[in-house]
Design a protein around this ligand. Structure first.
Ligand SMILES: N=c1c2ncn([C@@H]3O[C@H](COP(=O)(O)OP(=O)(O)OP(=O)(O)O)[C@@H](O)[C@H]3O)c2ncn1[C@@H]1O[C@H](COP(=O)(O)O)[C@@H](O)[C@H]1O
Length: 110
């Protein structure tokens, strides 16, 4: 169910490209380009961090949902398929988090 919801939401977000901007918040975000979408994602990330430390479980769930929505909007505006992100995650499952970190450090990645 979990990734199914994400894929359906990603499809809805893509379909909103054809929607009138006065009827769709998603379309308004997409019209703002990567900068606007990334700014909203950053705001939602901060709100999620605050909820994670200081707020209730329900608040954290709600902020996490906002964060996922805004991540999907940013991926859409950049033309990156959710499938490709899952493929990156899937590729990491063969190694431990520490091994994955070591390979990034060796490549000089963040
Ligand atoms: N899942 C979401 C979703 N999660 C969060 N949000 C919106 O993200 C915003 C969260 O940002 P804030 O808390 O800063 O709220 P805000 O002050 O209203 O936002 P801004 O005016 O600053 O942009 C809110 O406006 C939420 O309504 C979402 N908006 C839409 N969706 C999904 O996207 C679909 C398409 O939405 P529309 O494009 O509006 O039809 C909907 O059916 C939903 O399924």
């Amino acid at each position: 169910m979990t990734s199914d919801v994400l894929f359906r939401l990603a499809e809805t977000i893509r379909a909103r490209r054809a929607e009138a901007s006065d009827r769709s918040y998603t379309r308004q975000l997409l019209d703002g380009g990567p900068e606007r979408c990334a700014k909203k994602l950053g705001e939602e990330a901060v709100e999620t961090v605050i909820a994670g430390v200081h707020q209730s479980d329900d608040a954290l769930r709600a902020e996490a949902a906002d964060l996922l929505y805004h991540l999907l909007v940013l991926l859409e505006v950049r033309g990156i398929a959710l499938d490709d992100v899952f493929a990156v995650l899937e590729g990491r499952t063969a190694q431990s988090g520490l091994a994955e970190k070591a390979s990034r450090d060796a490549k000089g990645e963040a």
